[in-house]
Design a protein around this ligand. Structure first.
Ligand code: ATP
Length: 254
């Protein structure tokens, strides 16, 4: 069980007044649950992931991940793939495990499952943006994380590439049994991926609505069932529209 309680998370401000980014936020996730966190720009989504991942400890609150021994049980994937340009694809993945034979075997299997078996020795600069994200996805799963934190990892990809990556993510997540906390401002992406969607309020962020998503998988953001769920949700909670990407052409109301 992942149990997050953030009473207050503020940043120092140049004018001397602290900026309150998160306040009164409570969020729980069951083992193996896929939770998407949705909210408008600036509501504190990245801040939340940084706190949960232990990258930011300057916070009033607590994060408990039952059964986790250390930060090594937590995998990350960010908006940028963050690959080391001087390391090969395989070396980038092994960076987080060390070069043991077992790790090498697992890295090769993961990269092959992601269609990268032919480019193990290539450098990231030779790969497309979508391929680089696949390397980052393999690197996130290679440690066999108990918790995977994902910060808009498929943003600014074309639709087929993003959908392929989402399918790979779901496949690896189902195999791994990891709990996933996935941040996005794209509501249809959240509805396509999640077991449960948590909506954050505008700054300071806290969870204002939780929605279980019972649609069968595989799902795509353009599926009629996903679009119908989105339309239904927005009809009931029009305030959620503000600041989210909700339209098929990717526009927002901002
Ligand atoms: N290091 C920092 N110092 C000061 N303020 C910060 C810092 N990082 C974030 N903030 C502020 O805290 C608030 C939350 O930021 P955060 O990046 O967590 O939001 P977000 O929901 O992830 O936004 P986006 O969707 O645009 O990525 C914003 O108002 C931001 O300006």
């Amino acid at each position: 069980m992942l149990d997050i309680v953030i009473d207050r998370k503020s940043y120092p401000d140049r004018g001397g007044v602290p900026h309150l980014a998160l306040a009164g936020l409570q969020l729980r996730a069951a083992p193996g649950e896929f939770v998407c966190v949705v909210g408008p720009s600036g509501c504190g989504k990245s801040t939340l992931l940084n706190v949960v991942g232990g990258l930011d400890r300057d916070v009033d609150g607590r994060v408990q991940l039952a059964g986790a021994d250390s930060a090594r049980d937590i995998g990350f994937m960010f908006q940028e793939p963050r690959l080391m340009p001087w390391l090969t694809v395989l070396e980038n993945v092994l960076l987080v495990t060390g070069p043991s034979p077992a790790a090498k075997l697992r890295a090769r299997e993961l990269l092959a499952a992601m269609g990268l078996g032919d480019v193990l020795d290539a450098f990231p600069g030779r790969l497309s943006g979508g391929m680089q994200r696949r390397v980052a996805l393999a690197r996130a799963f290679v440690i066999e994380p108990k918790l995977l934190l994902m910060d808009e990892p498929f943003v600014s990809l074309d639709v087929p590439t993003a959908n392929r990556l989402r399918a790979m993510l779901v496949e690896q997540w189902q195999r791994s049994g990891a709990t996933v906390l996935f941040v996005t401002h794209d509501l249809r992406e959240a509805l396509a991926l999640a077991d449960r969607v948590c909506f954050l309020s505008r700054s300071p962020g806290r969870v204002v609505l939780e929605l279980p998503v019972a649609l069968p998988r595989p799902r795509l953001p353009d599926d009629a069932a996903v679009q119908a769920l989105q339309a239904n949700l927005l009809a009931q909670h029009p305030e959620l529209l503000a600041g989210l990407t909700t339209f098929p052409d990717g526009t927002t109301d901002e």
